[in-house]
Design a protein around this ligand. Sequence first.
Ligand code: ATP
Ligand code: ZN
Length: 283
Amino acid sequence: MKTLKIAIQKSGRLNEKSVELLKNCGLSFENYKSSLISPVSNFPLEILFLRDDDIPEYVQDGIADLGIVGENVIQETQVSVNYLQRLGFGKCSLKIAVPNNSGIDDISQLNGKSIATSYPAILSKFLTQHEIQADIRTISGSVEISPGLGLSDAICDLVSTGGTLKSNGLKPFADVMSSEAVLIGRDELSANDLVIELIQRIQSVLRAKETKYVVLNAPKDQLAQIIALLPGVKSPSVVPLAEAGWVAVHTVIPERDFWDRISQLKQAGAQGIVVMPIEKIIL
Ligand code: ATP
Ligand code: ZN
């Protein structure tokens, strides 16, 4: 079968997580910082290391078959690619922010103002939707310092914790889009066997990440109450303990309601709760 090419960010915020995801999918390759291409030794795939801004176009034009990139970059470059899978990392929001003392507290007050951004296409669409006429100043980096330098009245930039805005005396003001890393592919490739295999591997890794493996001990007479609290993949495994009247229950619990579940289980009589990470869940 023809070797596929997947483009990932060469260095920056998405590089490490992209490499980690592909390695967790069982792919074996060197994360060469100095080379553009790294072959995968145990799957017909080559990894291309690129600047994130180039990835959507490379995929659209068929230079790469697949790519891992932030949704913000895809929207900004306005290319036509298939979204194959959301990846759950690189989460951030594109926000408009204004200086703390600007007196701007309604979006209509952006009329006639200047906004600095590295995302002119997305911002322009947003302003049109809200019928705002503002002057978009496109700059490529350090957008957050531009109001302080008198270069613009506001900014539109990516925010994750908001720390950078705060330290520059800015407050987030309007949400333009939220973004995360996604797997994209060329249109024609959705039915390709290797792509399907890779997506299945990625999904099994993501599923495992959202879930913990839990083993707990419980008195037999509390078992029904404890099982009622467990969602599990199908139903929990129940194993007798050497001590009469006790069992061990093995199950998986979703990360999102993990702590609530654990305290409910304790209240229901669970003891010696052991929690383990899961590598993969194959359905
Ligand atoms: P490159 O050199 O590849 O062009 P870059 O400097 O444009 O890199 P990074 O800062 O490494 O890009 O960010 C890559 C992606 O990480 C962003 O496009 C976005 O999707 C995501 N991201 C997550 N959190 C943030 C954040 N706080 N600020 C910027 N990007 C973020
Ligand atoms: Zn970039």
